[in-house]
Ligand binder design. Structure first.
Ligand SMILES: [Zn+2]
Length: 365
């Protein structure tokens, strides 16, 4: 056991570093679960996983006869799948999740071999020296990009690298933390910050006397269409749900008055997006709880985007669901920035909600 297990003074930074560095393209989340297991104390939390690699965390203090609040954080990250191999040994890719092509080119990535080894590669296209003038100023589509692992033939891809079609690919990025600014740099903050928040909240609750049962879930395949959460909600059958997300920060574009995701201004509560209109009564309860505890937060009203809340709130007979997000600059690109304080405040907020909420509150939602 390390000093970061759930019963002992957990270090958020180490947890975030390990989770964000784990490689988990949609459908390939196993490494994220393995990383999380290092931080879980079986004395306080019982875990389970299913064939979609949803990961369930049950508080040992759950009584089984109280309303269940589900805490969700999706465990996958935007990535790619190897589609085919060219004669020259280049790897054609298919996106898993939403990518803007201009953030993909020239990035370093990791490709998983058949034996489970991660092979470093570069996202390549026609080099500038061979481009026509018109090509230099126009964007390259992902269909025209390849991953180059340094092979010279298709045979090398099979015989030396052991890479086959269907292999997952994720960005390669090292986690860094600036202790002077409190800002983290790394990959997959959408949504390993959410996974870390689920674990951290459960660890804060170890000795808490709650009026509800709490089940944490790392849902798989969110980026492929909120899929794991559909199964998880059917299995957990919660009476209410809190979804953690790493959401796009908007702190230096658009109108200053319209900004809703500014780093260090607190986590966001998302009132609506394309996948869900958040339960307004649960939303009000959450906002009041933040105000009572003097926790900073931002209100987000999004015309686009979606979260696992989209799947969860429509499960069963309808589940009151809210989404608490940590603003992250440049999500759905290889790297991002996020403030540790926003993460900590998201956990503080969820902890305060769970300590305050009563069965009758849930009934009133
Ligand atoms: Zn996400």
């Amino acid at each position: 056991m390390t000093s970061t297990k759930t019963t002992r003074n957990p270090s958020s930074l180490e947890l975030i570093r390990r989770l964000s560095s784990a490689r988990g393209a949609p459908g390939f989340e196993d490494e994220v679960l393995d990383a999380a297991r290092q931080f879980i104390d079986p004395q306080t939390v019982r875990t389970e996983s299913d064939s979609l690699r949803n990961f369930y965390l049950y508080r040992n203090q759950n009584s089984g006869d109280r309303p269940v609040v589900m805490l969700d954080g999706h465990s996958d990250e935007v990535g790619f799948m190897i589609q085919s191999v060219t004669r020259e040994g280049m790897l054609k890719i298919m996106p898993l999740g939403g990518w803007a092509p201009q953030t993909v080119l020239a990035q370093k990535v990791a490709v998983r071999s058949v034996s489970g080894k991660w092979i470093p590669g570069l996202v390549a296209a026609k080099p500038p020296h061979f481009m026509k003038e018109s090509e230099k100023s126009s964007a390259v589509n992902i269909e025209d990009m390849v991953i180059d692992v340094g092979a010279v033939s298709a045979e090398e891809i099979t015989d030396i690298f052991g890479i086959e079609p269907g292999a997952p690919v994720v960005p390669h990025a090292d986690f860094e933390f600036n202790s002077e600014t409190g800002v983290m740099l790394g990959k997959a903050f959408d949504n390993r910050l959410g996974c870390a928040a689920v674990l951290e909240t459960l660890s804060r609750l170890v000795n808490a006397d709650l009026a509800v049962d709490v089940v944490g879930v790392f849902s798989s395949q969110e980026e492929a269409g909120l899929r794991g959460a559909q199964v998880a909600a059917r299995k957990v059958r919660p009476q209410a749900a809190i979804v953690f997300e790493g959401a796009p920060a908007d702190d230096f574009h658009g109108n200053a008055e319209a900004r809703q995701g500014v780093l260090k201004k607190g986590p966001q509560i998302r009132h609506a997006d394309r996948s869900m209109i958040a339960n307004p009564r649960f939303t009000r309860f959450a906002r009041e709880t933040a105000q009572m505890n003097e926790l900073p937060f931002q209100d987000a009203v999004r015309a686009s985007g979606g979260t696992d809340g989209g799947s969860i709130h429509l499960s069963g007979a309808g589940i009151p669901t809210i989404v608490i997000s940590v603003p992250v600059r440049y999500i759905h690109s290889p790297y991002g920035f996020a403030a540790l304080a926003d993460f900590e405040h998201a956990v503080d907020w969820c902890e305060a909600i769970l300590k305050r909420i009563k069965p009758e509150d849930i009934t009133s939602f």
